[in-house]
Every structure is written in structure tokens, then in C-alpha cells.
Design a protein around this ligand. Structure first.
Ligand SMILES: Cc1ncc(COP(=O)(O)O)c(C=O)c1O
Length: 518
């Protein structure tokens, strides 16, 4: 197998550096003309909303815009290009039919401020989706508002707090328990909701240590956040006992739904004893992830907690046979996002569930688990790839290898192997997560990969392992064929150097130039 991949490498400037003053990419109809018959007149904006200064936008022709973005897309990698085994992210194929549906005029041109009488169709779709998600997760009521899993976690933690406030013991219940295998967003969301985080260790099987959990719970416990299967891809088989421990201590059990893909149609978090759950729509239901959005992270709750869900709830009036927005929820934690949530993403999920049906969703889980276990078997045979925690036990939708022995013997780290994979035209898995695995290499193939693609991935890793033990520097300096090679990760994420927008970048440079003159 050769590294035949070569990505386009355009020296592409930011769009603000392209074009020139006065250049236009469009031509509006002549507002004065009588010839077109479409004269709309010159709109007069009220002085209060008129800008005093024109926005500093780039001025480009249409073709310049098209070429700019096409060149950028050639330097990108996505699920439509090849294997994308980013563990815990469920980077499955996003069916195009769902994009088409979300783009139809009747849907994409709706405005959220339209009168309910004119939006019955979309309200029906969202209402139906929320009922399906409640059925799938075994919860009583679902709110579609949150924009991502982490956003759902924050809402879930706020609901946990609201529940304890309602019961009069929120001053006492200040601690949220998370296992040491948890995703970083779990402690972050809990902290944002005002809780102190208590970490429980995993046992030698990679699951929650029950004795440690029993020691951690107390009258201070607000709840436990736990994904199942956990981030090692291992099912928490003691979940019923875990639920009892938390409930007996007066706490609530929160399900991080990032790994729902593995169990959908087989079991339901609500049946396992969870009280609050979130669903990463962009993972399980095949919608685009975007860079930190757009996504959707609906949350579902048990009956007792439904009163705390955000407003408005999308409800149905059976007498009037119409859907409406219900703001009458006095115990609600309030709004977590504008309007009904990320509708374009929710719509794609609606179409996805509708096209797969109950059996299709179950099969999806089965194939995702089969694919992950196929990789476990194949990759375990490669030098330097060790499967930590119980070996013979099947994984669910993902698996985590440790490259610790490879690092010890050759100096090649998990990050180097991940970078070298790019030269083989494959996206890298997640690395260094979960934190409890040294040199973690976390792979989630999903159900949408063919066996040939899985084999190509295995073969590429076999080659890279060979390179690591024979020519380690080759791997350490990879990639060679990607548009961008090794990034300065500290600089990229440091608050002093990170620039999230052109304006931020410019302001930073102005300040730098000014301070260097002083
Ligand atoms: C286990 C786990 N929990 C929570 C999240 C957060 O989800 P989101 O990225 O939708 O905010 C992730 C994201 O990858 C995850 O893997």
C-alpha cells in the first residue's frame, strides 16, 4: 500500500485580501426602471437603524468568491471524501436527501417569528420528532432547543439544580460526580451550572468503580453524569446498581448521549434508570457537525422533571387540532436558545429517522458495533497497538488502543501516527482521550464504512507501525502530503494568539504594532 494521497496546497489568502474596491458579485434589478415590471422602489430605512459607517466587507466578483471557496474546499477533508474514524464523534455519512429536504422552499424560507397559523407544518415535524426521540430514549418529554451535546449537558445540569431547588435542598446538593473516563464537556458543563465536580475512578474493567462511587456519594450529591457505553466503548453493565446508588443518595442520573449510536433500538437510557439525557443529533442521526456547530443536542427527562424544561414547549391542542408554542411553564429554567432550536439540523434528523425506521436504526447500531469489533480484532495484531482493559470483552461502537509501548520503544507518539495517517488519505482517530489511557488512539468507524475501507485503514496502520519501528523520524515529521502540516497547537489555542475573526486578528496586530513602537 503506497501513500498515494496528495492534497491541493493553494497559497490562499483570507477573503479580505482578495478583490478590489467597487467590485460586485451581483446586479440588482433597476429600481427606477419600468422595463422589468419588478420595480420594488428604494427602501427607506428608519434613521435609528441606519449605519453611520459602511461595514468593511470584502468586494469581489462572483467568480472570485466561487474560486476562493473551491480552493479552500480542496484543502479540506470531510466524510464525503473518505474514512473519518474520529472516536466519540460518530462521523457517519450524512445522506444528501436530508439536505435536499431541509433546503426546500416551504421549509428554508420560514421565519421563526411567523404566526403559528402559518407554521403548522414545521411545528408538526418538530413535535413528532420530539415524540420519536422520547420513545427512542425512554424519556417522558424532550426539548429540542440545545445546539450541541455540551449545550444539552448545561441545560441538563441546570434542570438538576432546578429540581434540587424545588425540593429545597439545592444549598446542600452542590456536588456533581463524573467518572475519570468522562468527556471534558461533562465537568465543564457541571461547573458552569454551579456544581463542584467530584471524579470517580474506573476499575480494572474500565467501568465505574462501584466502591469508589459509594464512597463519593453523600447528602451533597446533586447527581452523576455518565455515558453508556463509556468512552472506552465498554458497556457499564452495573448501570442498574449505579442508578440505585445515585437515587438512594437523593441525586439524579444524567446520560451523556454521545454514544447512543451503539445501543439505539437495543436498550434505552430511560429504562436503565437515567433521569435526564441528551442526544447528539449530529452524531447519531447523521447530520453535519460543523466546527463546533451547527449541531443539535435535545434533552429528554423523566416525568417528574418535565416541568423544568425550557419554554416554549411545542405542544398540540387536540380540541383545535393545531400545534402551538406553550409558554405556560412556571417552573421552567427559561430559555436556553432562541426559538425552537437548530431547525435545519433537526429536520435532517427527522428525515433520517423516517427513512431508516425502527428496524433500520437497530441495524445501524448493530453494524456500528460489528465494525468497531472487526477493527479491535485486526488492530490488536499490529505491533505497538495494545488494547487496555479487559481484552476478551467486546467493545460497542468504538475502541481505544494505547500506543504506549510504541512510544517507549521508538519515540513515536499517538499524535505522530495520527499525522502519518493523513499521508495515506485517511483522517486520524481521536488521540489522548479518554485521559485514563496513555497515548490513547480512539477509533469509531461507524456503520457507514464498507469492509474495504476498514481494511484500507488497518493496512495503513500496519504500514505506519512498520515505519515507526524502522524509520521513526519519517513518522515523527509527518504529514508530507497534506495542505497544512504540523500546526503550532499551543499558538493555535492560546488566548493571547488565537484569532477567531479577521477583525480580532487585525485588532491584535494593531495593538502589537503600537506596543512595539513604544
Ligand atoms: C462523550 C462525549 N460527551 C459529550 C460530547 C460533547 O458533544 P458536542 O460536541 O455535541 O457538544 C462529546 C463530543 O465529542 C463526547 O464525545
Amino acid at each position: 500500500m503506497k501513500t498515494m494521497f496528495r492534497q491541493a496546497q493553494w497559497n490562499e489568502p483570507v477573503i479580505f485580501k482578495l478583490g478590489s474596491k467597487g467590485r460586485r458579485g451581483y446586479a440588482l434589478p433597476d429600481t427606477e426602471g419600468e422595463t422589468t415590471g419588478h420595480d420594488v422602489g428604494t427602501p427607506e430605512l428608519p434613521a435609528t437603524i441606519k449605519r453611520t459607517q459602511l461595514p468593511k466587507l470584502p468586494e469581489l466578483s462572483e467568480v472570485e468568491v466561487v474560486r476562493h471557496f473551491t480552493r479552500l474546499s480542496q484543502m479540506n477533508y470531510g466524510v464525503d471524501l473518505g474514512f473519518y474514524p474520529l472516536g466519540s464523534c460518530t462521523m457517519k455519512y450524512n445522506p444528501k436527501i436530508n439536505d435536499i429536504l431541509a433546503g426546500t422552499d416551504g421549509i428554508s424560507e420560514l421565519h421563526p417569528n411567523q404566526n403559528e397559523n402559518t407554521t403548522q407544518g414545521i411545528l408538526e415535524i418538530l413535535y413528532t420528532l420530539s415524540k420519536w426521540l422520547a420513545e427512542i430514549t425512554g424519556t417522558y418529554e424532550v426539548c429540542l432547543q440545545p445546539s450541541a451535546g455540551a449545550h444539552g449537558e448545561l441545560l441538563g445540569a441546570l434542570i438538576m439544580r432546578a429540581c434540587h431547588e424545588f425540593n429545597g435542598d439545592s444549598d446542600q446538593r452542590t456536588e456533581l460526580i463524573v467518572p475519570d473516563s468522562a468527556h471534558g464537556t461533562n465537568p465543564a458543563s457541571g461547573t458552569m451550572a454551579g456544581f463542584r465536580i467530584v471524579v470517580v475512578p474506573s476499575n480494572q474493567n474500565g467501568t465505574v468503580d462501584l466502591n469508589a462511587l459509594k464512597t463519593a456519594v453523600s447528602e451533597k450529591t446533586a447527581g452523576l453524569m455518565l455515558t453508556n457505553p463509556n468512552t472506552l466503548g465498554i458497556f457499564e453493565e452495573d448501570i442498574a446498581e449505579i442508578a440505585d446508588i445515585i437515587h438512594e443518595a437523593g441525586g439524579l442520573l444524567y446520560y451523556d448521549g454521545a454514544n447512543l449510536n451503539a445501543i439505539i433500538g437495543k436498550t434505552r437510557p430511560g429504562d436503565m434508570g437515567y433521569d435526564i439525557i441528551h442526544i447528539n443529533i449530529h452524531k447519531t442521526f447523521g447530520t453535519p457537525h460543523g466546527g463546533g456547530g451547527p449541531g443539535a443536542g435535545p434533552i429528554g427527562v423523566c416525568k417528574e422533571l418535565a416541568k423544568f424544561l425550557p419554554v416554549p414547549a411545542i405542544a398540540y391542542n387536540s380540541k383545535l387540532k393545531s400545534y402551538f408554542l406553550d409558554y405556560n411553564k412556571p417552573e421552567s429554567v427559561g430559555k436556553i436558545r432562541g426559538f425552537y432550536g437548530n431547525v435545519a439540523i433537526l429536520l435532517r434528523a427527522y428525515a433520517y429517522i423516517l427513512s431508516l425506521g425502527r428496524e433500520g436504526l437497530e441495524e445501524m447500531a448493530e453494524i456500528s458495533v460489528l465494525n468497531a469489533n472487526y477493527l479491535v480484532r485486526k488492530l490488536s495484531q499490529i505491533r505497538g497497538f495494545e488494547l487496555p482493559y479487559v481484552k476478551g470483552r467486546p467493545r460497542k461502537h468504538e475502541c481505544v488502543f494505547s500506543l504506549k509501548s510504541m512510544t517507549k520503544e521508538t519515540g513515536v507518539r499517538a499524535a505522530d501516527v495520527a499525522k502519518r495517517l493523513l499521508d495515506y488519505g485517511l483522517h486520524s482517530p481521536t488521540t489522548y482521550f479518554p485521559l485514563i489511557v496513555d497515548e490513547a488512539f480512539m477509533i469509531e468507524p461507524t456503520e457507514s464504512m464498507e469492509k474495504e475501507e476498514l481494511d484500507r485503514f488497518v493496512e495503513a496502520l500496519r504500514m505506519i507501525s512498520g515505519e515507526a519501528y524502522s524509520t521513526p523520524d519519517l513518522v515523527k515529521n509527518a504529514p508530507y502530503s497534506a495542505a497544512v502540516t504540523r500546526l503550532d497547537e499551543v499558538k493555535a489555542s492560546h488566548p493571547k494568539t488565537m484569532a477567531l475573526s479577521w477583525r480580532m486578528y487585525q485588532n491584535r496586530n494593531v495593538i502589537k504594532a503600537a506596543t512595539s513602537k513604544v
